[in-house]
Design a protein around this ligand. Structure first.
Ligand SMILES: [Zn+2]
Length: 204
């Protein structure tokens, strides 16, 4: 029982709940460091509608899990990714035959200046990628040499892992789109931290 207060503080830090004690950026740094992430603080990225507040280049989510794409993200998105990996992806991997360990997540570049897919020329809306709030995940790699690429799947253990990863992501991100949501997302999971009225989350 003596450890409970310390654990509560660590959870508050990881979840970003210590605004009174630390600036947002400091709390995010602390959370990434507690999770063992490897990242680099970057100067301001982009401009106007395509600028990233609080940017980091994320190289590893933890000592075990590499991000070969080294995406550029808002620190909050980087923290959400590191928590998702620690709390969902690692334990889910251990449930598969042979209990492989997750060693890498393949991603897109994170920050990209472009409009949202499906918005027209007359009414373009910047993508969440424009502000570094979004990350595209294309595959998971394991220490037994296996890779699970995101794709429409059915009926096997890889399907179960992909489904667990996707459902679990909605606890950490406010938008989760993947195969079946629409044709543009058949080969990756799109995850972002968009803020919507009433805290609405879009998980499809
Ligand atoms: Zn995306």
């Amino acid at each position: 029982m003596k450890r409970a207060p310390a654990l509560a503080v660590i959870w508050l830090v990881l979840a970003g709940g210590l605004p009174a004690m630390a600036k947002a950026g400091d709390a995010c740094d602390l959370a990434l460091q507690l999770l063992g992430a490897d990242y680099e603080r970057l100067p301001a990225q982009g401009r106007d509608e395509c600028s990233v507040p609080d940017p980091v280049r994320l190289k590893r989510l933890s000592p075990e899990i590499a991000l070969p794409g080294e995406p550029v993200l808002q620190c909050d998105t980087a923290r959400a990714m590191a928590l998702w990996a620690d709390r969902m992806l690692k334990p889910a991997a251990a449930m598969m035959p042979g209990a492989p360990r997750l060693t890498a997540i393949r991603t897109g570049p994170g920050h990209v200046c472009r409009d949202r897919v499906g918005t027209g020329k007359d009414d373009p809306k910047p993508s969440e990628h424009s502000t570094g709030s979004a990350i595209d995940v294309t595959a998971f790699e394991f220490d037994n040499g296996a890779t699970i690429a995101i794709e429409p799947r059915e009926g096997d253990m890889q399907t179960a892992y992909q489904a667990a990863a996707r459902a679990g992501a909605c606890l950490f991100f406010t938008t989760v789109l993947g195969p079946g949501a629409n044709a543009a997302h058949d080969d990756h999971l799109h995850l972002d931290m968009a803020e919507r009225n009433g805290g609405w989350r879009l998980c499809q």
